[in-house]
Design a protein around this ligand. Sequence first.
Ligand code: ATP
Ligand code: MG
Ligand code: MG
Length: 551
Amino acid sequence: NETISKNFIEQEIDKDLAEGVYDHVSTRFPPEPNGYLHIGHAKSILLNYGLAQKYNGTFHMRFDDTNPTKEKVEFVDSIKDDIQWLGADWKDHLYFASDYFEQMYEFALKLIKKGKAYVCDLSPEEIREYRGTLTEVGKDSPYRNRSVEENLELFQAMKDGKYKDGEKVLRAKIDMASPNINMRDPIIYRVAHISHHNTGDKWCIYPMYDYAHPLEDAIEGITHSICTLEFEDHRPLYDWVVKECEFEQPPRQIEFAKLYLTNVVTGKRYIKKLVEDNIVDGWDDPRLVSIAALRRRGFTPESIKMFIDLCGVSKSQSSVDYAMLEYCIREDLKMKKARMMAVLDPIKLVIDNYPEGQVEYLDVANNLENEELGSRKVPFCRELYIEREDFMEEPPKKYFRLFPGNEVRLMHAYFVKCESFVKDENGNVTEVHCTYDPETKCGGGFTGRKVKGTIHWVPAPYAVKAEVRLYENLVDEEKGVYNKEDGSLNLNPNSLTVLKDCYVEPSFDGAEPTDSFQFVRNGYFCIDAKDSSPDALVFNRIVSLKSSFKL
Ligand code: ATP
Ligand code: MG
Ligand code: MG
């Protein structure tokens, strides 16, 4: 049954279309350009874009820039870039709410003429006082019954710059006794002598969000204005504005629950502090969940889409485990990416019976589960690097890797048997020696005996040195996200591990920033877009291979 698999918003839209309330669907994503987008915004973007696609409608990208503040322009480009990356195509539907200032002003005049708005001289404190509380009705402003003429004159004077900030406001005339405080004659225009990034000094009155937003939607012909739950109480005002402004086919607001993730820092205030205190490397630090950070970390648009789909759309607030996001990126990369060999903590392995100076080029499949990815040649020779943890002088039970006398398979190559090892004066193992058996070459059909362990390696003379960055979550829900004493973040001291002396195969020629790979046994990694260069590769671990998360 199709309706059952539809989310509640789709069911509402179906109803509207069936009843003829609308004959098409038009949605929008309306960010305020005041910061970077994060994973929560991705939910709103993909939801709105997905609905427009499903109903063959239009998707509008609109900057809600009605509140002039300084930092705005720089965010417009990053927001556009992130939305494009996510694959939400607004085609030629790119809008700026500030382009509607003139129309919004005209609508305010209309409301005044209808006796539905008035200029009020109460101070901000008085307005708050008069508004009342949940248990106490509000009091009418002494300016509430000004004549239309007087209101028109005063509003004109507000617009002409005759008043200082806060001296006068325009208010909707609704109901000071409404049980919904938002309906107690809300302010719809304020005086603010601030330059706007788009309109400069043209205006010194600016519309308030609750007045501007429904108008923006209505002017653009949006049908379903989808927003988050905190606006539920504002819906009567939304409806009031579009009704009193007499739109023929007014838009309809529908609310859904915000997306929250556990074990990540989402509060803008906290992220700002982490950036300022240099605890993270900017707004795109791979440990954050801004879209820019997720991109740098190596997440793909497909993985974000899968994640958002799995989260679903609902009216009840809940948190989703970060592990589910990790599950999605693993699923996405599994079949798509080459499986390379990289040694993160190297120790030298010398094959004593392999001729010095000899090299053979092994043909290695890029992804055994996906033949389409082809194969590559990996040089094999006498001296290799292996992971330090793949050798133990005195192995515990069930350790099947290298230890004196034990034989393992070198991935894609031969069986080798550990013969001896070398220690430095501090007792650290510096070299492991082994012998190989030419009969056991991978793909040669050898069945004479079996080994229990397979380890990866890179050929020492051909390997490329690289930096590898490993990440853990910045905070841990179980340990407490905030410190009890001062409310600051309880940061995980191990959220970043930088390994400077890793070695990767020589096959990364031509790899570009953000390209990603599996490093066998170690996880999925991508080339860091900020710090990597062709002759000094830097990799970010996107995610490890194993997870406790099960769908
Ligand atoms: P933040 O304060 O986290 O930046 P915001 O509400 O200020 O969020 P806006 O730029 O005003 O962000 O919002 C753009 C759109 O994204 C809005 O429709 C808003 O409801 C939606 N949005 C913001 N955060 C989330 C979230 N966590 N989950 C789903 N949608 C969200
Ligand atoms: Mg915002
Ligand atoms: Mg906001």
